[in-house]
Design a protein around this ligand. Structure first.
Ligand code: UGA
Length: 438
């Protein structure tokens, strides 16, 4: 089976490499010459654990290649995936579909024979219909079927998520496309991953509804965490206690500084806009978006409060910048807003992140970057854990204590047992727990 992936960003590259690993022949296309040149030179432009090995292995096996030329690549393809970006449109928060439609037109102009065109990018409900309309009106002689197949990959765990999915959602009612999509995912099907076929519009909405639900679940536990701080309860124990109920489930109940990343903020906003357009507002999600936006700045205030209400001239050491561990992605990372609040308060911010510092330099104001947690802890008035990277989970707290000016830890990810930190003489401010002030 010949598969072409249009867009070699995060989704396109992971999906393309994994499909090649299943034994298909895959070409990943991108307009960015720099990106394709880098990939051809064996450099993977994103940080995703395990991806470089899969790319190398499948290139060597002759199953995976890269190209800047869309038309020649798709000419003999059986399946063409559209995995280009759908950023939030400036001004109104709707998903910007200009790249999707441009790719669809280029694909239609170049394909021959029956071809399945699959939207893998997260696209609003009705996008598949619109692509089909374009094909019908502008390319009536072509035999193309439009299918929705959203991805549910998490950054940092994308390879495992692709190879061991909870489900594969495929939106099409066209029997020929059903056959081809079964063939694409046959190796997963044999592993008993359920292929869930439904109408195209339903499939498009499943993606948004899934992300909105998860964002709402996180926001729910974040609000419960605030309440825990006021009434003297422990949010981690509340999360465990409710999570043992199978109807609730224990996943996505880690209280923190608010969700970030390239998906939840963008997709929740797009769902809100779509629902408003259809005069069927999703008020729970509107509220989720508003609460999460406020929360990031509130985390800055939490750090300031831990520093006795004033950070002017104080050195604040930030551990972790990316929106979550195991990625270098800084998009909508809570660290950006938290650091801005600290800079506004006159703090002297030093930061360290294992992978995110290059990207952070483009989006964060004037701060100093360090080479490890101990270097930035030197002379600090507070240490703030913003991202739960593994290397922050077992810090040498004795050494930290000897380096800092004021022994204060603000742990926005709850990665330490309270007693472990206080034992070393630190004041400890976590999320959804009683403050431990020395
Ligand atoms: C998310 C979804 O989990 C994927 O299923 C989906 O495919 C993807 O969006 C997408 O639409 O492309 P991702 O953004 O990579 O994946 O990361 P998550 O692990 O879901 O985390 C998102 C944010 O929520 C992070 O800022 C994380 O710190 C936060 N989070 C997550 C919490 O604060 N608490 C939790 O319990 C879980």
């Amino acid at each position: 089976m010949r598969i072409v992936m249009i867009g070699s960003g995060y989704v396109g590259l992971v999906s393309g490499a994994c499909l090649a690993d299943f034994g298909h022949h895959v070409t990943c296309v991108d307009k960015s010459a720099a990106k394709i040149d880098a990939l051809e030179a064996g450099k993977v432009p994103i940080f995703e654990p395990g991806l470089d090995n899969i790319i190398e292995h499948n290139r060597n096996a002759g199953r995976l290649d890269f190209s800047k030329e869309l038309a020649t690549s798709v000419a003999n393809a059986d399946v063409v995936f559209i995995a280009v970006g759908t950023p939030s449109r400036r001004g109104d928060g709707h998903a910007d579909l200009s790249y999707v439609y441009a790719a669809a037109r280029e694909i239609a102009a170049a394909v021959s024979g029956f071809t399945v065109v699959v939207t893998k990018s997260t696209v609003p409900v009705g996008t598949g219909d619109e692509i089909e309309r374009i094909f019908r009106e502008e390319f009536p002689q072509k035999d193309i079927c439009v299918v929705s197949n959203p991805e549910f990959l998490r950054e940092g765990a994308a390879i495992t998520d692709f190879k061991r999915p909870d489900r594969i959602v495929i939106g099409t009612e066209e029997p020929r496309a059903v056959e081809i999509m079964r063939e694409v995912y046959r190796p997963l099907y044999l592993n008993e991953a359920p292929l869930y076929f439904c109408e195209r519009r339903t499939s498009e909405l499943i993606k948004y509804a899934a992300n909105a639900f998860l964002a709402m679940k996180i926001t729910f536990i974040n609000e419960i965490a605030d309440l825990c701080e006021q009434i003297g309860a422990d949010v981690q124990k509340v999360a465990k206690g409710i999570g043992m109920d199978k109807r609730i489930g224990d996943k996505f109940l880690h209280a923190g500084p608010g969700y970030g990343g390239s998906c939840f903020p963008k997709d929740t906003l797009a769902l809100v806009k779509t629902a408003q357009d259809y005069d069927s507002p999703v008020r729970l999600i509107e509220t989720t978006v508003a609460i999460n936006d406020n929360r990031k700045r509130a985390m800055g205030r939490k750090v300031i409060a831990a520093c006795d209400g004033n950070v002017r001239g104080k050195k604040i050491a930030i551990l972790g910048l990316t929106f979550k561990p195991n990625t270098d992605d800084m998009r909508d990372a809570p660290s950006i807003t938290i650091i801005q609040a600290l800079l506004d308060g006159g703090a002297n911010v030093h930061a360290y992140d294992p992978e995110g510092m290059e990207m952070a330099k483009e989006v964060i104001g004037p701060i100093t970057y360090g080479t490890d947690p101990y270097e930035i802890a030197e002379g600090a008035d507070a240490i703030v854990i913003v991202t739960e990277w593994d290397e922050f989970r077992a810090l040498d707290l004795k050494r930290m204590k000897s380096l800092v000016k004021t022994p204060t830890i603000v742990d926005l990810r709850n990665i330490y047992p309270v007693a472990e930190v206080t034992k070393h003489g630190f004041s400890y401010f976590a999320i959804g727990k009683k403050n431990e002030k020395k």
